[in-house]
Design a protein around this ligand. Structure first.
Ligand code: PLP
Length: 405
C-alpha cells in the first residue's frame, strides 16, 4: 500500500466552497458576501494610497533584503505597540512589553498559543467566545491548549449576551485564559459597549483570569484606531497584563498583493523590564525553530506608514474611509429593508460593527438566498458588509425581504 493510504479526506474550507459556488453561478447580478475582504463601492479590491506610497518609497530606497532578526523589523514592532497600546500607555513608558513580528494575525495567535502552552502557570485551557472566528479553536488546539467556550451571542436579540458572558467568566476556574476580540467581533459583528467592557474587565480581575486580546481590525471597526483599542487600554489601566495578537491585513495591507504580505505582531505585557527580557528570550526560542525569522517587506511598509507622520495621517483618514463605507452600507441595507415594508427589526444590522453582520437568517434561509437569488454567504447567516455596494444593496434587500417576509 502507498505510504499515505491511511490519510483520510479532510472537509473543504467552508468559505472557499462559497467562492466556488459563486464563480459557477451565471447570474450577472450575483453577489458574494462570503469572504471577509474589503471592496470599494464598485466592488473592486482597494489599495490604500498611503500604503502604495509607502511601498514606492521603500522600493525606491533600494534597501537590501537581508534577514531580519528573529522578532522582525524593530521600527515596525515599536510602532505597532504604540498603535495598539497608545503612546501614553504605562506599559510602553515602563518599557515592559515583549513584542515580536508575526505572520499576520494568525501567526500571532499561534505564537501566543504556544507560549501559553509552554509557560502559563495555570490550567492550559483557553476560553473563546461562542461563536468565534472559525480558526481560533484550530490554532489553539494545534498549539496544545484545550479549548472551551463562553457565552457571547444571544440568538434572540442578535446581540451580546452580556449576562451569560459575565456569568461564564465568573464560573471559570480561578486564573483561566480568556480570549477576547478587541473590536469588530468575527463572525457576529457584535461588540461590548465601553460600559460592558468595564464590567468584563472587573469580572476578569475578580477571577484572576488572564486576557488574550485578538485585535484583527483596529481602526476598521469605528474608523478610529484609538476608539477601537478601548478594551485593551482599559484592561491595562485596570492593572491587567494581557497579551495581544495584532493583524495589519484588514486595516492596512489590503488586497492586490499586500493583503498577502502577512504582517502582524504578538506582544505580552509584563510586570517589569526584567520580566520582559526573560519573556522576550523565550519568544525568540519559540519562533526560531518555527520559521527562523519573519518576512520583511510588509513590515517595512507598515513601519513606513506608521512612522512617517504625513503617511500616518493619510492612512488614518483612509482607514476611516473604509470603516465609514461599511457603516453607510449597513444603514442602507436596513433602510432598504424597511422601505420594502419589512416588519422585522433590523436594528442589529446597524448596531453591529466591522466587516461582518450577523443577519439572524438560518441555514435554510441562507440556502434560499443562494439558490433563488444568487446571494452567497456562510450558512450561519453571516454576511460580509464589505461586499455590499450602493449598486447592489437594493437587490440584496429585496432578496432578504422575500425570504424573511
Ligand atoms: N482574528 C480574527 C478575529 C480574524 O477575523 C482574522 C481574520 O479573518 C484573524 C485573526 C487573522 O487574520 P490574518 O492572519 O489574515 O491577519
Amino acid at each position: 500500500a502507498s505510504t499515505w493510504a491511511n490519510v483520510p479526506q479532510g472537509p473543504p474550507d467552508a468559505i472557499l466552497g462559497i467562492t466556488e459556488a459563486f464563480k459557477a453561478d451565471s447570474n450577472g447580478e450575483k453577489i458574494n458576501l462570503g469572504v471577509g475582504a474589503y471592496r470599494d463601492d464598485k466592488g473592486k479590491p482597494y489599495v490604500l494610497p498611503s500604503v502604495k506610497a509607502a511601498e514606492k518609497k521603500i522600493i525606491e530606497g533600494g534597501a537590501d533584503k537581508e534577514y531580519a532578526g528573529i522578532t522582525g523589523v524593530p521600527a515596525f514592532t515599536k510602532a505597532a505597540a504604540v498603535l495598539a497600546y497608545g503612546a501614553d500607555s504605562s506599559a510602553i513608558k515602563d518599557d515592559r512589553i515583549a513584542i515580536t513580528q508575526s505572520i499576520s494575525g494568525t501567526g500571532a495567535l499561534r505564537i501566543g498559543g504556544v507560549f501559553l502552552e509552554r509557560f502559563f502557570p495555570g490550567s492550559k485551557t483557553i476560553y473563546i467566545p461562542n461563536p468565534s472566528w472559525a480558526n481560533h479553536a484550530a490554532v489553539f488546539k494545534d498549539s496544545g491548549l484545550k479549548v472551551e467556550k463562553y457565552s457571547y451571542y444571544d440568538k434572540k436579540t442578535i446581540g451580546l449576551d452580556i449576562n451569560g458572558m459575565l456569568k461564564d467568566i465568573k464560573a471559570m476556574p480561578k486564573g483561566s485564559i480568556v480570549l477576547l476580540h478587541a473590536c469588530a467581533h468575527n463572525p457576529t459583528g457584535v461588540d461590548p459597549t465601553q460600559d460592558q467592557w468595564v464590567q468584563i474587565s472587573d469580572a476578569m480581575k475578580e477571577g484572576g483570569h488572564y486576557a488574550f486580546f485578538d485585535m484583527a481590525y483596529q481602526g476598521f471597526a469605528s474608523g478610529d484606531t484609538d476608539y477601537d483599542a478601548f478594551a485593551l487600554r482599559h484592561f491595562i489601566k485596570e492593572g491587567h497584563n494581557p497579551c495581544l495578537a495584532q493583524s495589519f491585513a484588514k486595516n492596512m495591507l489590503t488586497q492586490q498583493g499586500l493583503y498577502g504580505e502577512r504582517c502582524g505582531a504578538f506582544s505580552i505585557v509584563c510586570e517589569s523590564v526584567e520580566e520582559k527580557k526573560r519573556v522576550d528570550s523565550q519568544i525568540k526560542i519559540l519562533v526560531r525553530p518555527m520559521y527562523s525569522n519573519p518576512p520583511i517587506h510588509g513590515a517595512r511598509i507598515a513601519s513606513a506608514v506608521l512612522n512617517d507622520p504625513a503617511l500616518n495621517k493619510q492612512w488614518l483618514g483612509e482607514v476611516k474611509g473604509m470603516a465609514d463605507r461599511i457603516i453607510t452600507m449597513r444603514a442602507l441595507l436596513k433602510e432598504n429593508l424597511e422601505k420594502l415594508g419589512s416588519k422585522k427589526d433590523w436594528s442589529h444590522i446597524t448596531s453591529q460593527i466591522g466587516m461582518f453582520a450577523y443577519t439572524g437568517l438560518d441555514a435554510a434561509q441562507m440556502d434560499k438566498l443562494a439558490t433563488e437569488h444568487s446571494v452567497y454567504a456562510t450558512k450561519d447567516g453571516r454576511i460580509s458588509v464589505a461586499g455590499i455596494t450602493s449598486g447592489n444593496v437594493k437587490r440584496l434587500a429585496e432578496a432578504i425581504y422575500k425570504i424573511t417576509g
